[in-house]
Design a protein around this ligand. Structure first.
Ligand SMILES: [Zn+2]
Length: 403
């Protein structure tokens, strides 16, 4: 059941949502500006604003004015009226973030997952973590506008995880299972919402055609075109990590053999280093093996090893560059972007080298490459990108009115 104070059943309530989404977009507005943007008269605006103020959703302050007479009233969202919870689940850890009504991160908790990735264990861990987190922040469930959960994989609009190869989950009704414990609305997002955080951090991206290539615990791409994320018929758009590049290659979490993800995801590369060292390879990267390290922690030493001239580390970087550039070329042919964002902890270790390899590969493997101008840039949205993206998605889903 929903505790959302915002309803869209009537035109007046629709205008309430519209005003809230405009305030979210602009930060603060005078009532005159609101009337112009919404296309309503000042008395209608006053009535709606009074209602929003009574609900505690907006706040007013007095602005400054050069002219004589009363100073204009400035309206903005009340950041403390409601909160959004964002939860990221990946094979190494889960993160819970709490955001205020204007989308600022106000609290975060990180929990290590351990080797047991079974849905029962992980959901129990997240449930217990979230209950403790709400208690710690003295947050009543009625104050939570909604929660979004994200993981690497494909999910249905009803919140069922069809398949998450990094977690090894198939057909897990995650939304239903979590909703049994909490009264606020819960939505499950694929980790495509990460791109919304990227756009929030660099608003000039909002009008571009973006291919977002993520290489981390999973490998996949997200496409943003004509102002929105593209999901496809079943939410599996852009799953290029499961292009089979070697039918006799390593087993992938999706059940197939030789997927790109089984070659260049963080866990795949960590597994390759471990196998190669066992077979006699000499490398500085061996130092991190055999300890309780995540693939991300193990690979963090890779650029340093390259800088020290470690031949194995250099060859491994070139191997990754070869596969990533091949994957990027295929995706450029398929999606026709004008911006390619290299994201995920593997991509970010050598973003410059991978960008150069992609530029070279485009000359021989991308259709009519001379006529394209594709900007290749590293992701900027940092380690909180996923929970930030969830917050943006929850606020957008709750507040945005399309007209
Ligand atoms: Zn696969």
């Amino acid at each position: 059941m929903s505790h959302s104070p915002i309803d869209s059943k009537t035109a007046g309530q629709r205008n309430e949502k519209l005003i809230l989404s405009l305030l979210r977009k602009h930060g603060s507005l005078t009532q005159t500006q609101l009337c112009r943007l919404v296309g309503i008269g000042s008395s209608t605006a006053s009535t709606i604003v009074a209602r929003l103020r009574d609900k505690g959703l907006v706040q007013e302050s007095r602005g400054s004015s050069q002219r004589r007479g009363p100073k204009p009233s400035i309206l903005s969202l009340n950041p403390k009226c409601s909160y959004v919870i964002g939860i990221e689940i990946n094979p190494s850890y889960a993160v819970i973030g709490m955001f205020d009504f204007v989308g600022r991160l106000v609290g975060k908790r990180r929990m290590l997952l351990g080797p047991d990735h079974s849905p029962v264990y992980v959901i129990d861990l997240v449930r217990g973590g979230l209950e403790g987190f709400l208690r710690e922040h003295h947050l009543n469930e009625d104050s939570v506008l909604g929660a979004g959960v994200t993981l690497s994989g494909s999910v249905s609009s009803g919140g069922e995880v069809y398949l998450s190869s990094p977690l090894g989950w198939r057909d897990v009704p995650l939304r239903r299972l979590l909703s049994e414990y909490f009264n606020f609305p819960i939505v499950i997002y694929s980790n495509r919402v990460r791109l919304l955080a990227e756009i929030a951090a660099a608003p000039e991206l909002a009008t571009r055609n973006i291919l977002y290539l993520n290489v981390a615990n999973g490998v996949g791409s997200t496409v943003y075109s004509e102002g929105r994320l593209v999901f496809g018929a079943t939410g599996r758009y852009g799953e290029i990590g499961h292009n089979v590049i070697d039918p006799d290659g390593p087993l992938c979490g999706c059940g197939h053999r030789g997927c790109l993800e089984a070659h260049i995801s963080g866990p795949a590369l960590a597994g390759k280093i471990e196998r190669d060292v066992r077979n006699g390879a000499q490398t500085l990267l061996a130092e991190g093996l055999g300890q309780q390290t995540t693939p991300e922690q193990l690979l963090a030493n890779w650029p340093k090893a390259v800088d020290k001239g470690d031949a194995y580390a250099i060859a491994l970087r070139d191997y990754a560059a070869g596969l990533i550039s091949r994957c990027a070329a295929d995706a450029i042919n398929g999606y026709d972007p004008d911006v390619l964002i290299l994201a995920g902890y593997v991509n970010l270790l050598f973003a410059d080298v991978f960008a150069e390899a992609i530029g070279l590969r485009m000359k021989t493997a991308v259709y009519d490459s001379e006529m394209r101008q594709i900007e290749i840039r590293p992701a900027k949205a940092g380690e909180d990108a996923l929970i930030n993206g969830i917050c943006a998605a929850v606020l957008q889903d709750t507040l945005d009115v399309r007209w």
